[in-house]
Design a protein around this ligand. Structure first.
Ligand code: GTQ
Length: 354
């Protein structure tokens, strides 16, 4: 039997909501469709950070604060829709770290995992668990969750890289831990440079190595080797209409993404190549490392076109179509929370037919 209302129930409902609110109860039916939307609602907006425009700000930061005082001298890439939240996407952090010759960013560790994508300079290293790797432009370097890490610049010029962290996932789960060290000294080197690459970087896996982290044991995916793979593959002309030639940075032990919480990719778009419109539930940060082109983000009157070149960074929100067009042979790095969504069965994508 269905319920029949014979009087105006609005005041009664309001009264009811007020009374149950005092007992920390609330009616779902008032918020259900805000919570469970028919399609993804994104809190972020597309944005492009032009490297040449912000480089002077990075240098000015160096005049105002030392790496020592700052702990990490980073300018946060703030999504314009979420100022003050240190989010480049809803789940991920992005920032540009600059370190000058002679400076050290002291050892610390945290449960947030980090990636570095090197934009400018050479002569700086990152040390992870006692192994150093010197970084060059285009290198993709990993700091796994809860590993001690520090950075130092023993070169002659400033060094800049993009930091990507799974900061807001860790925050969502309220699982953040951090430890600093009392010293300003770099951490002790306990393994020679290149050790992890020798062990894991040649399609061979050491037997009984005892390595049990979910993060890749390769911690520098060097650009010279990545580029070689792209150039070799380019000859075979196996192009995706939606991605050009796109490769995932993989953990050789598991086949998973190199960092389980942050999916990372490298992608080559040859001159004149135009990708067909593509969207996914993973808001994505793109970085151009070589070449130039443009990306059209969104559809119809609301579409934005970003023209990009080397070291520019841009972000594409969830469930928003994007198409790229390369004006010259272009190499793009990208990172997103796609890997987490895949593990949870949430990831969806749509490829527009052409
Ligand atoms: O280099 O360890 O951009 O801990 C933010 C937090 C970099 C780092 C960031 C960090 C780091």
């Amino acid at each position: 039997m269905s319920v029949q209302f014979t009087h105006n129930i609005d005041p009664a409902r309001r009264d009811f909501y007020g009374r149950i609110g005092e007992r920390h109860l609330a009616p779902l039916w008032q918020v259900l469709h805000k919570l469970v939307t028919a399609t993804p609602e994104t809190a972020i907006v597309p944005h492009l950070w032009r490297y040449d425009a912000l480089r002077p700000d990075l240098l000015e930061a160096c005049e105002l604060i030392t790496a020592k005082e700052a702990e990490r001298r980073v300018l946060v890439l703030e999504n314009p829709a979420l100022p003050g939240e240190s989010r480049i996407t809803k789940s991920l952090f992005g920032g540009l770290q600059i370190i000058l010759p002679g400076e050290i960013a002291a050892p610390h560790r945290h449960t947030q995992a980090a990636l570095r994508f090197v934009l400018e300079g050479e002569g700086a290293y990152t040390s992870v668990d006692g192994e150093r790797t010197f970084m060059r432009p285009g290198d993709f370097v990993i700091t796994p969750s809860w590993t001690w890490h520090d950075h130092g610049n023993v070169g002659n010029g400033p060094m800049v890289w993009l930091d990507g962290l799974d900061m807001h996932m860790v925050k969502l789960f309220e699982a953040s831990f951090r430890e600093g060290s009392d010293t300003d000294l770099p951490s002790a080197v306990v393994r020679p440079e290149g050790d992890s690459e020798a062990r894991y970087g040649a399609n061979l896996l050491p037997v009984d190595d005892g390595y049990s982290r979910p993060t890749s044991p390769v911690f520098n995916y060097r650009y010279d080797r990545t580029r070689e793979a792209l150039v070799e593959m380019q000859r075979r002309e196996e192009w995706s209409l939606w991605h050009g030639l796109k490769l995932k940075y993989a953990n050789p032990k598991t086949g998973d993404y190199a960092i389980p919480t942050i999916a990372t990719f490298i992608q080559l778009l040859p001159r004149g190549f135009k990708t067909a419109p593509y969207r996914s539930t993973a808001s994505t940060v793109f970085v151009c490392i070589e070449g130039g082109g443009k990306s059209v983000i969104g559809e119809g009157a609301g579409a934005r076109t970003f023209t990009w070149g080397p070291r520019d960074i841009w972000v594409v929100p969830s469930w928003t179509f994007v198409g790229h067009e390369a004006g010259s042979d272009a190499v793009l790095f990208s990172y997103s929370d796609q890997g987490v969504q895949e593990k949870l069965g949430l990831f969806r994508e749509e490829k527009r037919p052409t």
